[in-house]
Structure formats: C-alpha cells, structure tokens
Design a binder for this molecule. Structure first.
Ligand SMILES: *Cc1c(COP(=O)(O)O)cnc(C)c1O
Length: 684
C-alpha cells in the first residue's frame, strides 16, 4: 500500500465530514464511528484509512447523490418558492460537536434543517456562533451542579467564513446604543440546508462586544437584548449581504423577533412606505412559532432598556421609538409595561402557531389580550405538533430492520400511516434481539460514563433525560422512597433508572432537584439502581432513547409545550410513560404506551403532584412490570413487543420532523409566500 492511498482516503474523509449530513446517513455515521473507535485502538491512522478507502468512496458517492438537485416532494408541493425559508433560532442542536444548543428548542431547529434538506425544502438557518457554547456539567462531592465552558475549536468544525469576491472576509454591522458591533458570518452545510452563524468575536470590536456571542443564554438582561439584536437584525443583514431574499422568515421562539423590524425599517427607507404599510408588508411573510407555556420563558425587557436599544433602528427609519415599543406591549399606551419579545413576534408575523394541540389551547388564552376583540378560542394561533428527525435519532440497527419493510428511500420523503402500519410485520424475535443489544450497548456506555459497573443487562431500564426545569418534576418518581426502593430491588422484576439533564445556571430550584436525585443515587438502597449521568448532550440523548425500554416524562400538565425526547424514544421502540401533556396528550391512544394521570385540570400543584405520583406507581406496578416480565416459552415478552410495535407504527411517522416540515409547508410557508398584508396581524 502506498501513502497516496492514505492521502486519498484522508481527502475523502474531509469531503464527507465537511457536510453535516454525514452524521445522519446511517452507513456513513457508522463508518465514522468505526474510524473514531479504531483511532484509540490502532494508533496507525494511515493503515486504518487505507483499509477503509472503499467504504469511504462509497460514502462520498452516496453523499454526492444525496446533495444533487432532484425532483423532490417540494417541487410538487411548494412550487414557485422564490427563495429559502430563513429559519431564525437562538440555538441549533445539530450535532454534539457543535454545542450551541441547550435543549429541545435547539434540537428542534436542527431537526427542521435536516428534514428540510431530506425533503428538498430550501432552508437557511440563522443563529449566533457562541464560541464557548453552552456549559459542560459536572457534579461536586455533594452533587451540586458545576458549570464550565470551553472554547470551541474552529479548526475542528466544518465551518467556513463567508467572503467577498475579492477574498476579504465579509462583515456586517449592528448598532447598539453605545457602539457599532461588527459581525462575520460562518457557514455550515447541513445536507442541502445551510446554517449561518454570526460571530462578534473580532479584533475590531470592544472587549465587551466580543463577549456578546461568547455563550448561549448569558445571564443578564442587557446581554440578552443585545444578543437578540445581533440575531434578529444581524441575521436579516447577513441574508442581504450574501444576496439572499428569503421567501419566508420563520421565527423559532420570540428571541429572534427583532428580525421583522429590520425588514420594516428597510421598507420605510428603501420603498418609502408609511410605518403601518411597512409593518404589514414586513409581517406578511413571517411565521412565528411559540414554544413555551411557562410565563417566565417569554423574554421581557424594561421599557427604557428596549427604547435605548431600538433607538438606532427607529432613527434610521425616521420614526419615533415609541412606535416600535408599542409593538412589544399588550397595552401600547402603558409607558411602564415591559417590552415583550413574544408580543412583538405575534404582532410582526402573519402566521403563528403553538407546538401541540394542548399548547395551542394554552397559548390562545395566554395571549388573548393581543386580540382584544376576539374570544380566546378565536385567537388566530393554531398548532403544528413537533417531530424528530428519523435519520438522526433512529438506531442504525433498527433502521436496517425498518428499511426492509418501509418504501424504498423512505428517509427522503414523507411517510404515511399505511407505510408504517406495515412495520407490524417486523419479526418479533429479531426486533427484541436488536432492542436488547441496543440496551446492552447503552449500559456499557453508562458504565463508562458513570463508573457504575453493576447495572443489570436484563432489567427493565427506564430513562429520564431533559433540562431540569422544575415543571418537569424529575423527582416525581421519588415521592414514595420506600415503595420505590422495594420495586427497584425486587430481584424477580428488577428496575433501573437512568437520569441526565442540566439545570439552567441561574435555576437554583432545578439544581436542588438534580442534587436530590444525585444524592439518592449515591447511597443504598438506590445505589446501582439509579444512575445520574453528567453532561447531557446529543450523543448521550441518542444512546438513551435508543437503548431504554421505557421513557419517563412527568411534566406538570399543561406546562410542557410539546416535548420531543419521547418521540425519539418511540421511534426506537421504547415505550412512553408520561403525563398527558404536550405531544403525549394527543399521541397516546391507550395501546401505544402508558399514561400517567388524566386530563382533568388541577389548580393546586401539590394535589396534582400527589395524584400524578400515585398514578405513576400504579401504572408501573399494574401495567409496565407485568407486561415487561411476562415471557413466552421462547423467552419473548410477546405482549410488550405488541405494544412496541403499536408505538412504532402509530407514532414513528406522525411525530417525525418530515411530517412537521410538511405541515409547515402546507399551513404556513406556502400561504406566507403568497400572502399580501391582511387584517389577521393583530391590531395595536
Ligand atoms: C431531545 C432533546 C431535548 C428535549 O427533550 P424534552 O424531553 O423534549 O424536553 C433536550 N436535550 C437534548 C440533548 C435532546 O436531544
């Protein structure tokens, strides 16, 4: 073998990994992890590379075919799109190597980009390049969360800087009250979608301005409003600077709601429109998705702070800043009312939606003051339930099984209920063996991460992983410690619980819950049966949802807007065990998983917690354990497998981000591209 073979292989590897779609093509991602694994075992990288040359060639060819323009679902369903959907989000969770996400919101944005690529919807994501990303989590000796940040290494990321035709780095600028912040644009390819990340960490900016894009969700309202100005206004200017006119501007949560104001300004300055005409025109092609039922989750800034930060924009448009401030208030006449990004987003968008049916109902009533002449049920906020990206979340071994039955090329087109119904044909034994080996792989990984060596490879394995926000009640299952310890220790029907998740650095309450669970897990009787895994991330999430038997979720209804981790679990045949909140309230059909509690409203959280905990234990004892441990003479849990199949066939296609993107295309993007200003924009 010659070293030129190794060089060719190295070149191919670079080419493949320069596009993030290498992470969601099953065979390519397997090849890449093989390579990463062999690196630690065989220091002779060039020998390994030479060996893998044929596979690398195949992977590169497959990637080229994937990236080619072709007749896709979009050409038939979104004809005449004149530009991409510009998808604004404060965070994007695409891959663990780029930790610019904190939780479900970012993962959803990433899954949007990926499904848009698979289906051929032109899409460009916009966000900030947080060079220290989101924090890494560890625990001190008392189980208190420790946060640390590390510098992202640009040379290790497939990001390229946008340059002008003369090769100079492209710069845009955003005015702050006391400075002009310059930004460069870093670009990432995610299949056929792109992601533009704005970076203020440049020598020409002041030290404090350089820090504006250091961390995701930096504490302090002033940093926050500045980050949001860079994202919204900077994002629109970045699009213009690279010559892209979006067909639709999509605001993923209120953080990005300044974007339409930049469009409004431009229409006043360049098209000489009046304020109200410019406002209507700017809102016409804007879609806004709201993501939280928790009031504190909506950004509000003091009126004076908002005024100071919007002043440069108002001056450029030649208007009084009060006109802009009014857009962010429920009562525009109230000079003291805080400026709310969500109110702004509703006012500056033509189409608005919540992310599950129940969340739609909550949202309509929560924001009905913006539509004073309508009753809450007539508030024009619909819902499109979230979904997850199959290529990213489905285990490669299961993907192979499913692909034998699903239509050819199913990952690059929308699926139907009938397609997935066919998966009832999956061979029970094969499905169970595949699932068990995924569980073993998970437990192996858990042992490596936690040092916990005595996990039981055959025990019912339950996962709980998400942000540790208090409404998610991670400790609900610990309300009756005696009962729980008896259940976990039952040697004929053992259970083990795996926990992971970060609390927001400023969330003391969330950290206390985390510490409580950590301390329980550290001692008898729970030690070895309850494990807390540090530093929750996309790769840990992938392992967990692919390897557990049951996915536990206990939000206090109706505070979970959608939730998506349970959808990832369902795709992999894990059974959801969840309160009837968010997506599960509409997805549970009685035979595709387990419901905790019911759908009655409860206004006393203490009573609600008590009731839900009782129901949780009942379901565990009466439904989950008997079903899981009942085996036929061949050792198969036949009735469990039946439920796994019910879960896969009823949920896999419906809670896929392909279905979600299809819905957005039909219900929001297509109308938005056609829409001229209309009366549905709320009156101010
Ligand atoms: C899917 C996912 C989430 C969202 O989980 P929810 O249960 O919907 O809150 C958060 N973090 C990571 C890393 C994820 O992969």
């Amino acid at each position: 073998m010659t070293s030129s073979t190794a060089q060719a292989a190295e070149q191919l590897l670079l080419q493949i990994t320069s596009n993030l779609c290498s992470s969601w093509d099953g065979e390519t991602s397997e090849l890449l992890s093989l390579l990463a694994g062999s690196e630690t075992q065989h220091p002779d990288r060039s020998a390994t590379l030479q060996q893998l040359l044929p596979q690398l060639q195949t992977a590169a060819e497959r990637q080229q075919i994937y990236l080619q323009p072709r007749t896709t679902w979009t050409d038939q369903n979104l004809p005449g799109m004149t530009g991409p959907v510009a998808f604004f989000s404060a965070e994007f969770g695409l891959h663990e190597s780029l930790p610019i996400y904190s939780g479900g919101l970012g993962i959803l944005a990433g899954d949007h980009l990926k499904s848009a690529s698979d289906l051929g919807v032109p899409m460009l994501g916009l966000s900030l390049f947080y060079h220290e990303g989101f924090f890494h989590q560890s625990f001190d000796a008392q189980g208190w969360q420790q946060e640390s940040w590390s510098q992202l290494d640009l040379s290790q990321l497939p990001l390229t800087e946008q340059r002008m035709s003369d090769g100079q780095s492209l710069r845009i600028a955003v005015e702050l009250p006391d400075s002009l912040v310059r930004l460069r644009i870093l670009r990432l390819s995610a299949g056929r979608s792109g992601l533009l990340l704005l970076d203020a960490n440049l020598p020409e900016n002041s030290a404090s301005d350089r820090q504006l894009t250091a961390r995701l969700y930096s504490p302090g309202q002033q940093i926050r409003i500045r980050q949001e100005l860079l994202l919204g206004i900077g994002g629109m200017r970045a699009l213009q600077a690279i010559g892209v006119t979006p067909a639709v501007v999509h605001l993923n949560e209120g953080h990005c709601a300044f974007a339409p104001l930049e469009d409004l300004r431009r229409r006043m300055v360049e098209d000489h429109l009046s304020f109200s005409a410019a406002r209507a025109a700017a809102a016409a092609a804007v879609v806004f998705t709201t993501h939280t039922s928790v009031p504190a989750g909506h950004d509000r800034f003091p009126a004076a702070m908002a005024a100071a930060h919007l002043q440069p924009l108002a001056a450029s448009a030649g208007i009084d800043v009060a006109s802009l401030l009014a857009l962010g208030k429920t009562n525009p006449a109230d000079s003291d009312e805080a400026f709310c990004m969500t109110a702004l987003a509703f006012r500056m968008s033509r189409f608005h939606n919540a992310v599950s049916a129940l969340h739609g109902k909550v949202t309509r009533s929560m924001w009905s003051a913006l539509w004073p002449d309508r009753s809450p049920d007539q508030v024009p906020i619909g819902h499109i339930t979230n979904g997850v990206h199959p290529g990213t979340w489905l285990a490669p071994s299961l993907r192979k099984l499913y692909s034998r039955i699903l239509p050819q090329n199913w990952e690059q087109q929308p699926s139907t209920a009938a397609d997935w119904q066919a998966l009832t044909l999956l061979d029970d034994r094969e499905l169970w063996q595949t699932h068990c080996s995924l569980r073993h792989r998970l437990l192996h990984d858990v042992a490596r991460r936690s040092g916990c060596q005595n996990l039981d490879p055959h025990a019912l394995t339950v996962g709980f992983a998400r942000r540790f926000a208090t409404y998610k009640r991670a400790d609900l299952i610990f309300r009756d410690l005696d009962l729980l310890s008896r259940l976990l220790r039952d040697s004929s029907r053992p259970i083990q619980l795996l926990f992971a998740g970060k609390a927001h650095p400023a969330d003391e309450q969330g950290k206390l819950i985390l510490q409580h669970i950590w301390q329980l897990a550290a001692q008898p009787p729970f030690h070895g049966r309850v494990v807390v895994l540090p530093d929750y991330s996309i790769d840990l999430a992938r392992r967990l949802v692919q390897g557990v038997d049951v996915w536990l979720n206990t939000p206090r209804r109706p505070q979970e807007a959608s939730g998506t981790s349970g959808q990832k679990a369902a795709l992999n045949g894990a059974l959801n065990w969840s309160t009837l909140d968010g997506w599960w309230a509409e997805a549970w059909n009685g035979s595709n998983g387990f419901a905790i509690g019911d759908t009655t409203d409860c206004t006393d959280p203490e009573i609600q917690d008590q009731r839900d905990a009782l129901s949780l234990y009942q379901v565990l004892q009466q439904q989950i354990l008997p079903r899981f441990y009942e085996r036929d003479p061949g050792g198969l849990p036949v009735s469990w497998l039946q439920m796994m199949k019910n879960s896969i066939t009823s949920l896999g296609w419906q809670y896929s981000s392909h279905r979600m993107v299809q819905d957005y295309a039909a219900l929001a993007w297509r109308p938005a591209t056609k829409f001229q200003a209309s009366s549905v924009v709320p009156s101010s």
